[in-house]
Ligand binder design. Structure first.
Ligand SMILES: NC(=O)c1ccc[n+]([C@@H]2O[C@H](COP(=O)([O-])OP(=O)(O)OC[C@H]3O[C@@H](n4cnc5c(N)ncnc54)[C@H](OP(=O)(O)O)[C@@H]3O)[C@@H](O)[C@H]2O)c1
Length: 493
């Protein structure tokens, strides 16, 4: 029996099908330089729409996916049309109003529309603080009517909370979530419970690995499609082929019991998680098509026995380390060619270090703040292998305190600033030997400590925490840090 996917409301006037069709695969199909015919592509999308799979997910870098979706949109003026979700993934740099408007306008032009249903924002490195400027600017364009709803993609829980605490009206976070990669059950599900931001799950089928086709199969020596290349890395990070096959066997037994497919069980398990609004299943337009199978998804339900069986199989795998989105920002970089990382040749730094004029063995980081000139200080100073980072608050631009009501969010923002200064001087969080934290309200101590622990739980520098009578401006917390490099590199950043 097939049942059309149920619907879910994401925002006022935005209802989606709980299975979305993902179009990253268009980029893979076009990687030799030939683009798909937009009309034929739109015909394929129409078949999904006809079966009730009315929501499509794409991005600025998914080949001609936006053009193809735009062709479909043009055939459906008025009610009953598709919902088109895209992403803007700019290179880190200043996010002025003009830069953001141009990025959004390019999406509108390629889609041939005057309003994007859901625009999702990706950022490569939170050490580069302009991501918050970009989101505020996108929120303004939403107010102007160019965007119906705002989302992010690959945001960890700490930065999702920070964006929300700074007033960004986010409705979704698109992240990897599957029976292999279960990180989203952690802090991101807590953000959903606390703040209501829903998850759009991708990688649910691990590029097709979580399907009957791979049951009992040996580990492949070579993989050619980008999606499977990526998720093979997740399978390896989760302990390898043996644990993955154990999950497939459990899913296969459950699938047989219900008369459905392994892919159905894999998708159903993710969809059943309370934080998940929908799962995105990738489609290779005109090459392979799984509409009929995916439509079986809503004809059965997993029971308690099924969930226990899956939990037992999960226990044979290792948890993928870290939080969602870490795969784009820190080793072991579980992404693959063709994925977002393919589109950035080098990660631009937030700051550069400059030689100090008064000592030949010193370099320093100046951020350009007026106060650095007025008061005569720098953000961080390196002398030999020692680095001192000034007391840092969550100030954005000239004087705005970020997230003034949320001490944990301020701490996250501050630690990004400290990490940016350290990396300009050739150091990282692992080199930090001391932090000092000044707080204004004793009741914030646990929130601030947990936010500090997110970065430093493995490193455990010496630490002092002091409650002070007040800090200048709307700041609840200020942090300074000291780092020591074990060897002094000759090339100082
Ligand atoms: N935000 C991000 O950073 C990000 C990253 C990756 C992906 N995404 C989004 O998520 C979408 C999903 O892509 P993904 O890479 O995560 O892949 P996925 O959905 O885990 O896997 C897609 C593949 O699974 C196979 N498949 C689909 N339905 C099936 C079924 N019922 N039975 C058996 N096999 C089935 C198809 O393989 P065959 O074609 O070989 O049959 C399809 O190409 C992308 O298109 C994109 O929209 C977002």
């Amino acid at each position: 029996m097939t049942v059309a996917p149920p619907r879910q409301t994401l925002a006022d006037g935005l209802e989606i099908s709980r299975i979305l069709t993902g179009l990253w695969q268009v980029a893979d199909m076009e990687k030799d330089g030939t683009t798909l015919d937009p009309n034929q592509g739109a015909d394929h999308l129409q078949a999904y729409l006809n079966a009730g799979f009315s929501t499509f997910d794409m991005a600025d870098h998914y080949g001609s996916a936006e053009i193809i979706a735009g062709r479909l949109l043009s055939r459906h003026a008025g009610a009953g049309g598709p919902q088109i979700f895209t992403k803007w993934c700019p290179e880190p740099g200043p996010m002025t109003a003009d830069v953001v408007r141009a990025g959004v306008q390019e999406r509108l032009d390629r889609l041939g529309t005057d309003c994007i249903d859901l625009l999702q924002f990706h950022w490569w490195s939170f050490e580069h603080p302009a991501w918050l400027d970009a989101l505020h600017e996108m929120a303004r364009l939403k107010e102007e009517g160019l965007i119906k709803a705002l989302g992010v993609t690959n945001f960890d829980a700490a930065h999702l909370r920070l964006a929300l605490a700074d007033g960004i009206p986010l409705v979704t976070n698109q992240v990897s979530f599957s029976m292999i990669d279960r990180r989203a059950l952690g802090p991101l599900s807590q953000v959903y419970a606390d703040k209501g931001v829903k998850l759009l799950a991708y990688g649910t089928l691990c590029g097709g690995f979580l399907s009957d086709r791979w049951l009992g199969k040996p580990e492949p020596a070579e993989i050619s499609d980008w999606s499977k290349m990526k998720y093979k890395r997740f399978i390896d990070a989760a302990g390898g082929w043996g644990g993955y096959q154990a999950i497939l066997q459990a899913a296969s037994a459950i699938a047989r019991k219900h008369g459905v497919s392994v892919a159905n069980v894999a998708t159903r398990w993710v969809l059943d998680q309370p934080a998940v609004a929908g799962t995105i299943v990738g489609a290779r337009l005109g090459e392979s098509e799984h509409i009929a199978d995916n439509a079986r998804l809503f004809s059965f339900a997993l029971d308690e026995e099924d969930r226990t069986q899956l939990e037992e199989a999960f226990a044979q795998t290792a948890p993928v380390p870290g939080d969602c989105g870490d795969e784009y920002r820190r080793p072991p970089f579980l992404t693959a060619s063709g994925d977002l990382s393919h589109h950035l040749s080098e990660m631009p730094r937030a700051h550069d270090a400059t030689p100090a004029s008064h000592r030949s063995d010193a370099t320093r980081v100046l951020t350009g703040s007026d106060w650095e000139e007025i008061a005569g200080y720098c953000r961080a100073h390196r002398i030999g292998n020692r680095i001192l980072v000034s007391g840092t608050t969550a100030v954005a631009g000239a004087a705005r305190a970020v997230a003034p009501d949320d001490a944990a969010a301020q701490t996250t923002y501050i630690l990004d600033k400290i990490l940016a200064a350290l990396s300009a001087l050739g150091a990282s969080a692992a080199d930090v030997v001391r932090t000092r934290i000044f707080i204004t309200d004793e009741t914030d101590v646990f929130d601030i400590s947990r936010a500090h622990g997110r970065v430093f739980s493995d490193i455990k520098p010496a630490n002092t925490l002091v409650v002070v009578a007040g800090l200048i401006g709307d700041h609840r917390v200020e942090i300074e840090a000291e780092a020591l490099l074990s060897d002094t590199p000759t090339d100082m950043a």
